[in-house]
Design a protein around this ligand. Structure first.
Ligand code: UDP
Ligand code: MG
Length: 314
């Protein structure tokens, strides 16, 4: 019998864990021919999340938990879950029930049909602010244009993968992980299935506008060097323009002599170029900071406790 690992990152989710587990096991128990294991990753929660996970693991032998020493972010939590997963197939799922467990049956069907991965995408963002929806769409358009990966609009992290694909994903050791991009980058045949998303019923989304903005920058910088090229292009364009302007002024001075006016335009040009230079520096800085962080080779997370060990002893 094949095993399916369900990887679930949790950050301050005491309100939903039990419901998630109940709903999810209702589905898994209806699926025959497969054994399921849960890998809950407690991403440094400050509420009762860890206690609930421990409790679950005592009641259900197939529940593993990993608990981080602090909040390392969802990317790190997913990585830890994938790393300790043993299943022939692995599925990553949010605990807030925004990733409907009933899709598992469809996912398994497609994987059995020969796909390497089955990923869910949202078709309608029910209950989500128009503002966020708009920016999220724009973000995927931009990133797909300028980078070498193609991320579906509305793509989520809800995805089932074969062991082979999981191993490929894990072989990417980068510190700054943009998992949505990595899933695409490794290749393999992906089947996209659609579902209607709903607002989470309990608890709050952990994303602020600022953290989404940082996530977007991460996505672009991790998978594309186009911004660097754009800034060099703008630099060259301005150099050419200023050379033409210089030649023009030089000739004009030879013919009509020096005239004083021009203070305002000078200031305009100087400040404008100053701005362009700062933008270019900022872009270079984004890349340089990645190189800096990568060069430190810091671990992406620390596990403070887990029940993975006890499992090994058995
Ligand atoms: N999450 C996490 N670490 C974090 C933030 C979120 O493990 O630092 C988990 C969270 O518990 C949930 C999933 O990632 O299971 C998605 O989080 P959320 O619902 O806040 O994101 P959204 O659905 O709004 O994208
Ligand atoms: Mg959510």
């Amino acid at each position: 019998m094949k095993t399916i690992s369900i990887v679930v990152p949790c950050y301050n989710e005491e309100k939903v864990i039990d419901t998630f587990y109940a709903k999810c096991s209702e589905i898994t128990s209806s699926i025959n021919n497969y054994v399921f294991e849960y890998i809950f990753v407690n991403d440094g929660s400050s509420d009762a999340t860890l206690n609930l996970l421990k409790h679950l693991s005592l009641m259900d032998k197939s529940v593993r938990y990993i608990s981080f020493s602090r909040n390392f972010g969802k990317e790190a939590a997913m990585l830890a879950g994938l790393t300790s997963s043993k299943g022939d197939y692995v599925v990553v799922m949010d605990v807030d029930l925004q990733h409907p467990p009933k899709l598992l049956t469809t996912m398994i069907k497609h994987i059995e049909d020969g796909y390497d991965s089955v990923a869910a995408k949202r078709v309608k963002r029910n209950g989500e602010s128009k503002f966020r929806g708009y920016f999220s769409k724009k973000f995927y358009r931009i990133i797909n244009k300028i980078s070498d990966v193609n991320i579906e609009v509305g793509a989520t992290d809800y995805r089932m993968m074969t062991r082979q694909m999981v191993d490929s994903v894990l072989s990417l050791k980068e510190y700054h992980r943009f998992t949505k991009g990595i899933f695409e980058w490794v290749g393999y045949d992906t089947k996209w299935i659609e579902y209607e998303s709903f607002d989470r019923e309990v608890g709050d989304s952990k994303w602020s506008f600022w953290s989404l903005f940082k996530y977007a920058i991460e996505g672009v910088v991790s998978f594309s060097t186009t911004p660097l090229k754009v800034s060099s292009f703008i630099g060259i364009m301005f150099a050419v323009l200023s050379f033409i302007y210089f030649a023009f002024t030089f000739c004009k001075t030879l013919i009509t002599g020096i005239d004083m006016p021009g203070y305002a335009s000078t200031i305009c040009i100087v400040t404008f170029l100053g701005g362009v230079q700062l933008i270019a520096l900022g872009i270079i800085g984004e890349y340089l900071s990645r190189v800096y962080m990568e060069s430190k080779k810091r671990p992406l997370y620390f596990i403070k406790e887990s029940n993975l060990e006890s499992e090994k002893e058995e």
